[in-house]
Ligand binder design. Structure first.
Ligand code: SF4
Length: 376
């Protein structure tokens, strides 16, 4: 059952029918909200993409300077009991599976450190007895002893489990809803723990309640009607920011990529549409970190870095193992499009007068997330 606050029908019409004048006003609104966000998604606003880009770039500079935060994903295991239609690790796939041993995890961390990385995103499949909460918590503790910032993109947990992860050194949890459309969600998640739409929807609030410093939200663009999904994503982010005013929310923009399941996007999205969505978020949520991964091409990433996007992954492997020489990589979760290494990508950023940032704060100084008494 979808909660009432995910009803975006009042804004969907605006997102489809706003005119150029409304779009120009929304781009410079002093206190933009969901109305302005919806207008910025409209075809009329899309026709003024260069204007939106200029505004997004100015706001990115104001709130993030010329910096681009860098991180790398580190897959812990690709065993998974869940059948997500779009994922190369889905339970039904005949792929090579692997779970990192403690020694392999240390080797992977050491290899990433040698690349100069100071932030790592730990990932795993859905909850299993052999790759469950303790496995993730121990991996967080291991990574936290080596990196300045450790975040996790793992299965939905309970509040007390999130508190345990935070105590082990995890500062943020990324948890995409994938799609906010309950019917599409049910269709795309046939079985497994992740099939519980409500449990996943509430997980970011549980993470912040449990003491995570911030949460990363997103939809997997291509799964559902994009306008509806990003409007609901905006509402979700807004509600969390209101309730957890001392915590942080970041937004990512993953698009479907080729994977072993051969799932192709039912609602394909062009680069231009993706750019418009990024600019709309930057203008309507100017201080929120916006994240883009190596799913996108070098050309697109280079163009949008600093023009809305403030954080990017680099040198990514979507296999379990693959950074260290002695950890043989397994099958990838999906294909990436930007294969550049750290040095090459940083050189490109610097040529654009952007500053790659490996460490911009120390997790040791973090304060627990502050909440308001308002309910969601
Ligand atoms: S998206 Fe996650 S839960 Fe779904 S099949 Fe892939 S690894 Fe498993």
């Amino acid at each position: 059952m979808r909660p009432e606050w995910l009803d975006v029908s009042p804004w969907l019409d605006l997102a489809r029918r706003a005119d150029r004048g409304m779009a120009m006003q929304a781009a410079v609104a002093s206190d933009p909200g969901i109305r302005e966000f919806a207008i910025l998604l409209s075809p009329a606003a899309g026709a003024e993409l260069e204007t939106l880009a200029a505004r997004a770039q100015a706001l990115t500079r104001r709130h993030f300077g010329q910096t681009i935060g860098l991180y790398a994903p580190l897959y812990l295991s690709n065993y998974c009991p869940t059948q997500c239609a779009y994922c190369g690790f889905a339970s039904g796939r005949r792929i090579q599976r692997h779970r990192l041993s403690a020694a392999e995890l240390e080797a992977e961390c050491a290899a990433l450190k040698r690349l100069g990385l100071e932030e790592v995103l730990l990932l795993t499949g859905d909850r299993l007895a052999t790759a469950g909460y303790e496995f993730v918590r121990d991996a967080v503790a291991c990574a936290a002893s080596r990196f300045h910032n450790v975040t996790a993109e793992v299965f939905a947990m309970t509040e007390s489990e999130y508190a345990g992860l935070a105590a082990a050194g995890c500062t943020a949890v990324t948890l995409y809803q994938e799609t906010y459309d309950p019917a599409r969600y049910a269709l795309l998640h046939e079985s497994g723990p992740k099939a519980d739409y409500g449990c996943r929807l509430d997980a970011p609030a549980r993470a912040l309640e449990g003491g995570m410093r911030s949460v990363g939200l997103g939809v997997l663009l291509g799964l559902s009607e994009p306008l509806e999904d990003v409007l609901r994503l905006f509402r979700h982010a807004s509600r969390l920011r209101r309730r957890f005013w001392g915590g942080g929310v970041a937004i990512s923009f993953p698009r479907i990529r080729p994977q072993s399941g051969d799932y192709a996007a039912d609602f394909p999205l062009s680069q231009r549409q993706l750019a418009q969505i990024v600019f709309a978020f930057r203008i309507a949520m100017p201080d929120v970190p916006l994240v883009l991964s190596t799913r996108e091409s070098p050309r697109f990433r280079d163009g949008i870095a600093g023009v809305g996007i403030s954080k990017m992954s680099v040198a990514s492997r979507t296999t379990v193992g693959g950074y260290a020489e002695n950890t043989a990589p397994s099958s990838p979760q999906f294909e990436i499009d930007d294969h550049r290494g750290v040095e090459e990508f940083c050189a490109t950023l610097r040529a654009k007068r952007l500053q790659p940032v490996f460490k911009n704060w120390d997790a040791v100084y973090r304060t627990p997330c502050l909440t308001s008494s308002a309910s969601t």
